[in-house]
Design a protein around this ligand. Structure first.
Ligand code: ADP
Ligand code: MG
Length: 248
């Protein structure tokens, strides 16, 4: 074993975020090492989505610092665009471009943002579609695919930018139950391949099996930060016990 001296992949230091008077992220401090899979749990309104959006700088923060792979996120400009490309994000709503084919959807950002050539972008897109199990649908349009398939395309599209980190914000919440597992399987594959992941989900089976770590948020704070085993069998806070009592 060689000594690892790399910076954490995600480092949030004393991050505060307000929406008006509402204090949505309270002194969030968090380090996610390279390759770790963190599942973020918590009741609705606890700040999970805002945390994801802050890490991706879709949402400006009021104080504190967020760094990705050792580089503090700048507020704007070219440096921001480059850093944002390092962070892939998958949302509940997949938002594929309806008038572009599946493979074109995956090629788009690398061509536009990374200035990758068409042929190379297509080759990479096909490899990624292979990886998420839908290469045979490449020339169809999003509406011709099921929700689960579309979400897998959305994952391939995020991966096409070669992100260092993947953020998932309730990626299976909008799916019919029978399509949830195929998306979770793709995510589990990514985790096994060593991707650093922050996953907001209500899929407790995924949290138990795939997570290295569980973060439980309530009212904008990290209330528990522990292993899945600990969290599910011996939650410490009343908030977590209450939460688990409602969902399990
Ligand atoms: P979660 O994802 O855990 O459900 P969110 O991060 O979406 O929580 O929201 C945290 C809190 O911030 C909630 O009270 C929500 O209503 C509020 N909020 C989220 N986005 C906005 C916004 N753009 N403007 C005002 N309030 C917001
Ligand atoms: Mg949310």
């Amino acid at each position: 074993m060689t000594a690892e001296v790399a910076a954490p992949m995600i480092k949030a230091s004393a991050v505060n975020k307000y929406f008006g008077d509402l204090h949505v992220l309270r002194e969030i401090t968090l380090e996610v090492p390279r390759g770790q899979v963190v599942v973020v749990l918590g009741p609705s309104g606890s700040g999970k989505s805002t945390l994801c959006r802050a890490i991706n700088r879709l949402e400006p923060i009021n104080s504190g610092e967020i760094a990705v792979d050792g580089v503090p996120l700048p507020a704007e400009g070219k440096a921001l665009a480059a850093l944002r490309a390092d962070v892939g994000m998958v949302f509940q709503s997949f938002n594929l471009f309806a008038h572009k084919t599946i493979v074109e959807n995956v090629m788009l950002a690398p061509v536009k943002v990374r200035k990758v050539g068409q042929a190379e972008a297509r080759k990479t897109a096909m490899e990624l579609l292979e990886r998420v199990g839908i290469a045979n649908q490449a020339d169809k349009y999003p509406a011709q695919l099921s929700g689960g398939q579309q979400q897998r395309v959305a994952i391939a599209r995020a991966l096409a930018m070669r992100p260092k980190v993947m953020l998932f914000d309730e990626p299976t919440s909008a799916l019919d139950p029978e399509m949830v597992q195929e998306v979770l399987d793709v995510m589990t594959g990514l985790a096994k391949d060593g991707m650093t992941m922050l996953v907001v989900t209500h899929e407790m089976g995924f949290a138990r099996r795939a997570a290295d770590r569980v973060i439980f948020m309530a009212d904008g704070e990290i209330v528990e930060d522990t292993t899945p085993e600990e969290f599910f069998t011996a939650p410490k806070s009343e908030r977590a016990k209450d939460f688990l009592g409602k969902i399990l």
